[in-house]
Ligand binder design. Structure first.
Ligand code: SF4
Length: 499
């Protein structure tokens, strides 16, 4: 499908009662994060004295056998699912990465993408490090390992201040689980409470899946250290400016996830409502492109009063493992993946809601499918603004020349894909939709870090409050809009800036 693709998902488990089943919980959590990466997966587990790990190519459900999980015994674990953007699909790029030295063992799982990999790699190679993968994440573990003699906390803060880009990290030693999020909070990471421990996850749906409760999001620039003493939280730098990836809400995240205090489905519904207000059209039925267009379609229907219908059925059994050999064959796969419901569409003026247009190839085929089912008119509405620039922060985007909105105006795209009309949500409209979904203060389920703010250290544990406020309160307005405007959360250097 012609979509931007997410990079990875991470999970971390700490069982305070030293039950040795952390790997099983990581496994179930990874199942819930499978949409974030389907190329490879891995789990590392610690028992207080050593770290063991297992990695393989493929889907979580296919990769792990009972004997793999039985062999991974310990009370803390980190796990990873990967769709590689900067490294090629190969087992050497699978995560977690593990580094062993006489000081101890460290394992790292990373979601995101570094923008200063090359200078960091050169620096490490000049000082004796060797690399076994093409992944930028290996730079992170090498830097932590290099600084480990200064102590874990210092090694982490020193590393994190050297690397630039997006990172949500789950790190472990034999005894300690650590979570960290980049100073802009570009990629998500949240903290959950288990009956007998703690969980870190890219998305709250993984916390729900293993019977935990979402405590809060890890704040931009925050490190949490989890061990038998509870959760120690501190900031690794003074300068944080929240710039969460807006596409997490539009497309990547699961609808049942709550991210930085915003319910993903709720956000999609609101985007649909704004879209209806901004670009209404006379029509008989509203349908959404499965799955991520469905929420916005519900919102469009609600705001416009035009009835909502299913309209399109998706074949769920086409795996990513099937790689069609040519562009034409890949486009034809849309016919295999999606089919239209004639009973919903025949003789009707149809509004079709999709989350994005990247190259335009899927939209073109989709409109053919809907017209073949007898639709009288096809009006396309997109719940994100035009994607005109590449992403450098962990999302796989085509080169700029292949982004249809980078070269064509909206009316030209409309003609090119064969729609009767086309409109995108405005940037202001999308941000307005997100802001209207922010949890109000005192909403349950999201907990503040504490009275000291995030610059001091604070330990969370049994005294943690059950109800509290979003870490961002009512000023949660910082989103990365780089792929829409070309304005990124940090300066792009060298070749990256020229793409
Ligand atoms: S450039 Fe776009 S896809 Fe990349 S992090 Fe920013 S909003 Fe997300």
């Amino acid at each position: 499908m012609d979509k931007l693709k997410d990079h990875c998902g991470v999970i971390g488990i700490y069982l305070s009662n030293h039950d040795d089943s952390a790997s099983r919980l990581a496994y179930y959590g990874l199942q819930s994060l499978q949409h974030r990466g389907q190329e490879s997966t891995g789990i590392a587990v610690g028992d207080g004295e050593k770290i063991e790990h297992f990695k393989a190519m493929g889907l979580v459900a296919d990769v792990y056998k009972k004997e793999n999980l039985d062999a991974l015994k310990g009370h803390l674990a980190i796990g990873h699912v990967l769709y590689s953007t900067c490294g090629k699909a190969a087992i050497e790029n699978a995560q977690p990465f593990v580094s062993r030295s006489k000081l101890g063992t460290i394992a790292v799982a990373h979601n995101g993408s570094l923008v200063n990999t090359e200078p960091m790699k050169e620096f490490l190679e000049e000082t004796g490090s060797t690399f076994t993968s093409t992944s930028d994440s290996e730079v992170i573990i090498k830097l932590i390992a290099k600084n480990y003699k200064k102590g874990l906390e210092r090694a982490l803060t020193d590393t994190i201040q050297l690397i630039k880009g997006s990172f949500a990290l789950a790190v472990m030693t034999e005894k300690t689980l650590i979570g960290a999020r980049d100073p802009n909070g570009i990629r998500p990471l949240c903290l959950g409470k288990l009956p007998n421990g703690w969980i870190l996850a890219s998305e709250s749906c993984a916390i729900d899946a293993i019977g935990g409760e979402l405590v809060r999001d890890i704040a931009p620039g925050e490190i949490v250290i989890i061990n038998d003493d509870g959760v120690l939280s501190f900031n690794f730098g003074e300068k944080t400016s929240k710039k969460t990836c807006v596409f997490e809400y539009v497309y990547f995240a699961r609808p049942d996830t709550i991210m930085d205090g915003i319910g993903v489905l709720e956000a999609r519904i609101k985007m649909g409502e704004v879209l209806a207000r901004e670009s209404g059209v006379a029509a008989d039925v509203v349908i959404g492109v499965p799955d991520s267009g469905l929420g916005a379609a519900m919102g469009y229907s609600k705001a416009s009063g035009i009835p909502y219908a299913m309209g399109i059925v998706k074949n769920k059994y086409i795996g990513r493992t099937f790689i069609a050999p040519s562009q034409e064959a890949r486009e034809a796969m849309v016919f295999v993946k999606l089919n239209a419901l004639k009973s919903d569409l025949y003789g009707k003026r149809v509004v079709v809601i999709d989350d994005s247009i990247v190259r335009g190839t899927t939209s073109r085929r989709l409109i053919q499918i809907i017209r073949r089912a007898g639709a009288k008119e096809v009006h396309i509405r997109i719940s994100s603004p035009p994607v005109k620039y590449p992403c450098y922060f962990g999302i796989d985007t085509p080169a700029r020349a292949d982004l249809i909105s980078a070269t064509l105006e909206t009316d030209e795209i409309c003609k090119s894909i064969g729609a009767d009309s086309l409109a995108f949500i405005s940037m202001d409209g999308m941000i307005e939709a997100l802001q209207s979904c922010e949890y109000e203060e005192d909403s349950p389920g999201v907990m503040t870090i504490g009275e000291n703010g995030r610059n001091g250290k604070q330990r969370e544990g049994s005294n943690a409050r059950d109800g509290g406020v979003s870490p961002y309160g009512a000023s949660n307005c910082g989103y990365c809009q780089g792929c829409f405007l070309g304005e990124y959360p940090m300066p792009m250097i060298g070749e990256l800036g020229k793409r």
